[in-house]
Design a protein. Sequence first.
Length: 205
Amino acid sequence: MQIILASDSPRRKQLLGLLVPEFTAVSHQVNEDEYQGTTAEDLVGQLAVAKATSIPVTKGDIVIGSDLVVAKRDKFMSKPKDLNQAREYLKLLSGKTHTVFCGVAVAGKNKTLMSVAQSQVKMKNYDEKIIDAYIKKFHVLDKGGAYAIQFELPGYGSLVESFVGGITTIIGLPLDHLANLLKEFGVKPPADWSKQCKIETDYEF
């Protein structure tokens, strides 16, 4: 069996390595701008399935797709289109709590399964000076909500104050949900994957 990750994200590659020792990563063939969901949960589910099914497979192979959206009430924040929108997102999130939705799908030749995870994230009350420093130091245009929990500014740390839920959901590949999906395709993750996740991220999955 060949396992394919439909993503160029180095974060997703790193996380998937905790569940699957050998896999191939390729670019998905999805125009994300073409998708609109009635809810953030619906949107990430659609995109996860679309990415997983955008790569042709032969019998026995599987493809993994994932997508992340930051939601603040009725506003969805995917990847910002430009730095101005990134600043807008970060201003909206400052000092507030939002929900991160992360969909993950596994597609084989004859079936596709999908699941959506969510975590609650509270941001620090940062100002425009911090936003400018953050955007200058980090590449934010490929991040849902224009931030990554693992990015830390010198002398300030992460923009995230606290969170409830899985760290891997916030990073972009909910490993607990994915582990259950993989089992449905006959792939058994290592017994110690959650322990390795704690070592890699300093948090439970």
